[in-house]
Design a protein around this ligand. Structure first.
Ligand SMILES: NC(=O)c1ccc[n+]([C@@H]2O[C@H](COP(=O)([O-])OP(=O)(O)OC[C@H]3O[C@@H](n4cnc5c(N)ncnc54)[C@H](OP(=O)(O)O)[C@@H]3O)[C@@H](O)[C@H]2O)c1
Length: 332
């Protein structure tokens, strides 16, 4: 594999840090040339010292960053510069929230391969971003574990023609079995205690309400060009099967793996090659029982609300996403 030059947007976040762990494993194949973060000055300083990018963008005091010899940017302009540097091959979009929309679009316009973790960009602006990527022949490689799973199951198939249904799995988060009359009184700490995944706060709260899964339904619609009535959600508390594709002949392909985001991150960076990652191996013999059941829409009404917003189209998904961001902030 030739060395891939990477711009990492959101380097100080959960996905950003795990992306750097993957890059650390493959120093000959992956190289960081740009880092973009928000206000976590201390961590960004450490990342700059270790990865020595040629460009850095941040919301913090750039003069205080070590070796202030890098070319630096700030705000949206900084993100846009990082995403469009001529030497960049892959832009990892791991900035949280709506700040990712414009850099994703600009990176596509500059022909960069996108490794997409952020979901707000596709949920809010899928109708703009996806046609632009298709028009320019730009690859969008999903990093979200469910969409990475579907992407992998679809290799070699033309989505639409042979696909009967896409099934996204949902762990159910910390409140899967909590009595309904207690849900109005849960605390932030309880909502942040996800049983399987260690993620940023916003997506963890969204996972507790299943709004995250609702956003993923909209994301899947755009990424795989599949109508909403062919996208299902199934509860799977063990988070071992990351998603499934059912074909019209009755065959079902699923992707299994440990619940560790480094796996889909690594695949998005090394695709089409699969490079060894022994620490991510799945031991089927020790797994025990895998469970699947239908989602309870009384417990998780946001799943139906998100699906309806997706079907309504237009600006509904953007309004949904904005309202969700405000609601999560208010809850926190
Ligand atoms: N975490 C997961 O396992 C996971 C899985 C699937 C999908 N995703 C998606 O990936 C995205 C990132 O999730 P995360 O969990 O990694 O979030 P996170 O831990 O909250 O990290 C967010 C990152 O974005 C940066 N950032 C936020 N606002 C910014 C702005 N206005 N300008 C520049 N940088 C900004 C933060 O910088 P500072 O911290 O320096 O302020 C941080 O580096 C989200 O869209 C999420 O839905 C995450």
């Amino acid at each position: 594999m030739t060395t891939k030059k990477i711009a990492l947007l959101g380097s100080t976040g959960s996905i950003g840090r795990q992306t750097l762990e993957v890059v650390r494993q493959f120093p000959d194949q992956l190289e960081i040339v740009a880092l973009a973060a928000g206000s976590n000055e201390l961590l960004l300083s450490q990342q700059i010292a270790e990865f020595r990018p040629s460009f850095v963008s941040a919301e913090c005091n750039l003069e205080r960053l070590p070796g202030f010899t890098h070319v630096c940017g700030r705000g949206v302009e900084g993100l846009l510069t990082a995403a469009t540097l001529p030497e960049v091959d892959i832009v990892v979009v791991a900035t949280s929230g709506h700040a990712a929309i414009l850099p994703t679009l600009r990176a596509i316009e500059h022909g960069k391969t996108i490794a997409l973790a952020n979901k707000e960009a596709i949920v809010c602006a899928g109708a703009i971003i996806i046609p632009e990527a298709r028009r320019r022949g730009v690859e969008i490689r999903p990093v979200d574990s469910e969409h990475s799973a579907i992407w992998q199951c679809l290799h070699g198939f033309e989505a639409g023609a042979d696909v009967a249904c896409i099934t996204l799995t949902a762990s159910g988060g910390p409140f899967l079995n909590r009595p309904l009359d207690q849900l109005a009184h849960v605390t932030v700490d309880q909502a942040l205690a996800h049983p399987n995944w260690n993620m940023g706060n916003k997506i963890t709260i969204d996972s507790a309400t299943l709004m995250n899964k609702g956003l993923e339904v909209i994301e899947a619609h755009w990424l795989f060009n599949v109508p909403f009535e062919q996208i299902e959600v199934v509860m799977h508390p063990q988070s071992v099967v990351h998603s499934l594709v059912s074909f019209r002949d009755g065959s079902v392909l699923a992707q299994f793996g440990v619940h560790d985001m480094r796996l889909p991150i690594q695949y998005a960076l090394t695709y089409p090659e699969r490079v060894p990652a022994p620490h991510l191996a799945l031991e089927l013999g020790t797994l025990g029982t895998l469970e699947f059941c239908k989602p309870d829409l009384e417990r998780f009404p946001s799943l139906a609300i998100a699906r309806q917003a997706g079907i309504s189209g237009g600006t509904y998904p953007a309004v949904l996403s904005g309202a969700d961001e405000v609601a999560v902030r208010a809850f926190m």
